[in-house]
Design a protein around this ligand. Structure first.
Ligand code: BGC
Length: 726
């Protein structure tokens, strides 16, 4: 291929396809990620135009709550089968950005506020998809945690939170699941656009993490094609009619860009096409109609494991849920009939079917009554029934790609409805449909509260399954529900000002923040009830060179089969770093029959215990760690301790090291102490006695005040000897 032909590969042929070249076919990349959004006609990335019917699986907000990588992998596999049938090579997902603020308009497309969980589920999704011969596009790399000004805003983040939180899930998915492509985000990081960021796209992604796949731009993220190519962005999407390819050719011809950069990126585009072609040849496509039928049933089963039972208090002698067979039910609220099941924007799927909870409940309770939103009618219906099931949630226009939310409140009309129904019927179940956190005022007055988030096209059936007890709920909150928006970590730094958003909360995101500040919350991270109960006993931890083996016995102490999400948290109370009290380092999902006990093993890799030490890199800090196991971040049932070895993380000594730091060193310390004693014999008994003030002086500068008694060269030699001994 000549230079012009190679450059042509570096941008799309149109909105969704790569260019063909030299035996490599043109391939289609299209959205996802909770189904396939293949547009047969005109392309758009805003979710406006139509797309072919596809199964709409539960969006990431729901899958995150399952805490279950097997289910998430299954979704990936099913999407791959539909993509194969539609001749799509790459599905643009998963989105694994962290939920930094509950206001982010796109939180429904992301898994969690925790990087361990996001990485675990993101990897599972990629592995599932790619096992079906279709490539993933891990997005949006990186620090795209808001929609406000998303094409320009600079996310200003210190290196430690950037590494430990915002890049961590990406690192895990890249290393564990090797996505065929990574999509760079629109925003800038510390002043440099992600699409032009050599540190992000080359140093971290390729040199540190060893990524060998293709980097594609988010749609329209490229500002300067030559700069982005040099930074490591291989493929610009969508295509711009060859204009940017010509810029690349001109830059090479002018000697401003090395042709080897073009060769490398063009090679990656050709390799992607070849990979897709080979994978497709191995896996013949199945007919779509059969897939759609099977996948609808699977989507219902999976959605059932994504529903979080937040409260289930006894009214009279038993908890309200599951509903008693044959009871007179008043179903209230339009969302029961017209479900909210996905968010707006580029991920909008055209579902093959759409189930409503109302129809599905009616199959089991044919006599139920239904009322839409009028408080007076709702109150009458609730009074006449034995139990009211009230559907509330965020209106579709309040959460979307492209803008952020302004508050966490439900609309006033819904609050009026809630008050009317609660006043009329103490036996009220509230079902919430929303892709982000919503606050329900006085949740303690609602005896049963179910978070149905956004569950995809078969969610109506799944809600009915949980309410009637055909499915025992097991999902957990992957995001804290704060008491007030003003308590949330990024409250004062979201969405930023004058083009910058400062991540001032540092590593304290989600429960890390609420726990560190001991703030009361409405529902903690990891919370979710079941129709049975579990006991956690006999916690044991064994260290291995590459991590920890955590073992705990889980017993189903209730009367029905249930699934428990075992959560392992680690903390390090005494540390050189400011740390949250605990962070999630491992999870497991276990299904147990009533009365059954099982020893559950959770593997905690060493990297999960590592922190980022500026000037050093990743390291496990030596010392004692607390390992806690529980049913949420605030319902910890067992605790133990483990001591870990780690490298010497003290910075090397130099002339600007303080006297205090030098005195702590086992080699330099005693010699300097003796020298000081000679110089100031009155204070010889107690070097500490020289006072805190002197201790904070850099050693090189103390010498300048010692009247030439010791030379700088002597002290440098001493520091060198101490450094060598480390
Ligand atoms: C979104 C991506 C999406 C792309 C293509 C962009 O606006 O940020 O998530 O994959 O459009 O539709």
């Amino acid at each position: 291929m000549n230079l012009t032909e190679k450059a042509a590969l570096l941008s799309g042929k149109d909105f969704w396809h790569t260019e063909a070249a030299d035996g490599a076919p043109s391939v289609m990349l299209t959205d996802g990620p909770h189904g396939l959004r293949k547009q047969a006609g005109e392309g758009d990335h805003l979710g406006l135009g139509d797309s072919n019917p596809a199964t709409c699986f539960p969006p990431a907000v729901a899958l995150g709550a399952s805490f279950d990588p097997d289910l998430v992998a299954e979704v990936g596999t099913m999407i791959a089968a539909e993509a194969r049938a539609e001749d799509v090579a790459v599905v643009l997902g998963p989105g694994i950005n962290l939920k930094r603020s509950p206001l982010c308009g796109r939180n429904f497309e992301y898994f969690s506020e925790d990087p361990h969980l996001s990485g675990l589920l993101g990897s599972a999704w990629v592995r599932g998809l790619q096992s079906g011969g279709v490539g993933a596009s891990l997005k949006h790399f990186a620090a795209n945690n808001q929609e406000h000004d998303r094409l320009r805003v600079s996310a200003d983040i210190d290196e430690r939170p950037l590494r430990e939180l915002y890049l961590r899930a990406f690192e895990r998915v890249v290393r564990d699941a090797d996505p065929w492509t990574v999509m760079c985000s629109y925003n800038a990081i510390n002043g440099v656009l992600a699409s032009e960021n050599p540190w992000l796209l080359t140093t971290v992604l390729r040199e540190e993490w060893g990524y060998a796949g293709l980097v594609v731009s988010d749609w329209g993220a490229v500002r300067d094609r030559v700069t982005s190519l040099a930074a490591g962005l291989d493929l610009q999407m969508p295509g711009v009619g060859g204009a940017s390819d010509a810029e690349v050719v001109a830059a090479v011809e002018a000697g401003e860009l090395d042709e080897s950069v073009v060769d490398r990126s063009a090679g990656r585009v050709a390799a992607l096409a070849a990979r897709a072609q080979a994978a497709a040849a191995e896996r013949p496509a199945r007919p779509l109609a059969a897939l759609h039928a099977e996948h609808h049933d699977a989507a219902r089963r999976i959605a059932g494991h994504c529903i979080v039972l937040l409260r289930n208090e006894p009214v009279g002698d038993a908890p309200l849920l599951p509903l008693t067979p044959g009871s007179r039910i008043a179903v209230i609220g339009e969302f029961a009939r017209t479900p909210r099941y996905q968010g707006a924007g580029s991920s909008r799927i055209n579902p093959t079917r759409l189930d409503s909870a109302l129809e599905e409940l009616r199959r089991l309770h044919p006599d139920l009554t239904f009322t839409g939103d009028d408080p007076a009618e709702a109150s009458a219906a609730a009074t006449a029934a034995e139990v009211a099931v009230l559907f509330l949630g965020l209106p579709a226009e309040e959460e979307s790609e492209g803008f952020d939310r302004a508050h966490l409140d439900l609309p006033v009309e819904q609050l009026d409805l809630l008050a009317a129904v609660l006043a009329a019927q103490p036996r009220t179940v509230v079902v919430l449909s929303a892709g982000g956190v919503v606050s329900v005022p006085h949740p303690e007055q609602v005896p049963a509260l179910v978070q149905a988030s956004l569950l995809g096209q078969a969610g109506g059936g799944a809600v009915a399954d949980v309410l009637t007890g055909r499915v025992n709920p097991s999902a957990r909150l992957a995001e804290t529900v704060p008491l007030r928006l003003a308590d949330s970590p990024a409250f004062l730094d979201f969405p930023g000002e004058r083009g910058h958003v400062r991540y001032g909360e540092g590593v304290f995101v989600g429960y890390r923040w609420y726990d560190a500040r001991a703030l009361p919350v409405t529902f903690p991270f990891g919370h979710g009830l079941s129709y049975t109960t579990f006991e956690h006993t006999d916690l044991g931890v064994h260290g291995r060179p590459d991590g920890l083996d955590v073992q705990v016995t889980i017993t189903n102490t209730g009367a029905v089969t249930g699934r428990e999400v075992v959560q392992v948290y680690a903390g390090k109370p005494a540390s050189q770093l400011t740390r949250p009290p605990r962070a999630l380092v491992g999870t497991a999902v276990v299904e147990l029959a009533a009365g059954e006990s099982r020893v559950v093993r959770v593997d905690v890799p060493l990297h999960a215990l590592e922190s980022w030490f500026t000037g050093y890199g990743w390291a496990v800090e030596a010392g004692e760690y607390t390992i806690e196991v529980g049913a949420s971040s605030r319902d910890l049932r067992a605790r133990t301790h483990v001591s870990l070895d780690g490298p010497d993380l003290r910075p090397l000594l130099h002339l600007e090291s303080t006297l205090g730091e030098v005195l702590e060193d086992p080699v330099a310390g005693p010699l300097v102490a003796a020298g000081l004693a000679e110089m100031a014999p009155d204070e010889a008994d107690d070097v500490e006695g020289m006072g805190q003030m002197l201790m904070s002086f850099p050693i090189g500068r103390v010498l300048t005040m010692a009247g030439g008694a010791v030379s700088t060269a002597d002290i440098q030699a001493l520091l060198d000897a101490a450094n060598q001994a480390r």
